[in-house]
Design a protein around this ligand. Structure first.
Ligand code: GLN
Length: 215
């Protein structure tokens, strides 16, 4: 049987609010399309070669785990950048999305270095979090996505990056500019828990289709 190889980045540390449910959706649609899925956790100190994977998933995490992960990331950063530039399919959620960018200032005010693969950056809110239902519209694909957000970080995409969608309800990246998440090549970032792909089947199918097209 044909295979889709998923790398679950720091899956033993970054897995808040049921984010692992995204993997079940990817497995489901891959199987439906006639592919078997192999999922491997890539964590602290593990070797990582981009060419060994068809899809990467990097979920959300608490500040404590995010700090540990951010210190390990420089080791594998270049391989992940190569994967993304070569149109590899990658999904990042919340803390994973933050660490794809330049930095994250955590709730305690400490700066955690991101991979700086994309130029977004994340500041903090003082004694406050964005918590609640969220709804966004993805104009490119004419799709509406539903989820639940829970984050302290406020992310700024800068002028070059496109969001995953425009906020209809909720806060999104920063509560100000109506952007939510990011979409660059075949890489997606979002603050959506729920998990994202369980509540948004079209996107789940789309991500699996992209991985299959790449093969
Ligand atoms: N710790 C980060 C924040 O609060 C990410 C949270 C998450 O991944 N759910 O912004």
């Amino acid at each position: 049987m044909k295979n889709i190889r998923i790398g679950h980045l720091y899956g033993n540390l970054m897995n808040t609010y049921g984010d692992n449910g995204n993997l079940l959706m990817l497995q489901h649609y891959a199987k439906e399309a006639g592919y078997q899925v192999e999922t491997k956790i890539v964590s602290l100190g593990d070797d990582f070669l981009a060419e060994d994977y068809d899809l990467l998933f990097f979920g959300g995490g608490q500040d404590y785990e995010q700090k540990i992960v951010s210190q390990d990331l420089p080791r594998i950063r270049d391989e992940i950048a190569l994967f993304i530039e070569n149109d590899g399919v990658m999904l990042t959620i919340c803390g994973g999305f933050q660490l794809l960018g330049q930095y994250y200032i955590n709730a305690a005010g400490n700066r955690l270095e991101g991979m700086s693969i994309l130029p977004h950056y994340t500041e903090r809110q003082i004694d406050s979090r964005f918590i609640g239902d969220i709804e966004i519209y993805d104009e490119e694909n004419d799709q509406t996505y539903y989820g639940f957000e829970n984050h302290n970080g406020v992310t700024h995409l800068g002028s070059e990056l496109k969001p995953l969608g425009r906020v209809i309800k909720g806060n999104g990246n920063n509560g100000v500019d109506q952007t939510e998440g990011v979409h660059y090549k075949n890489t997606f970032g979002s603050y959506f828990h729920g998990p994202l792909l369980v509540r948004n089947e079209w996107l789940a199918r789309h991500i699996v289709d992209l991985a299959i097209q790449n093969k």
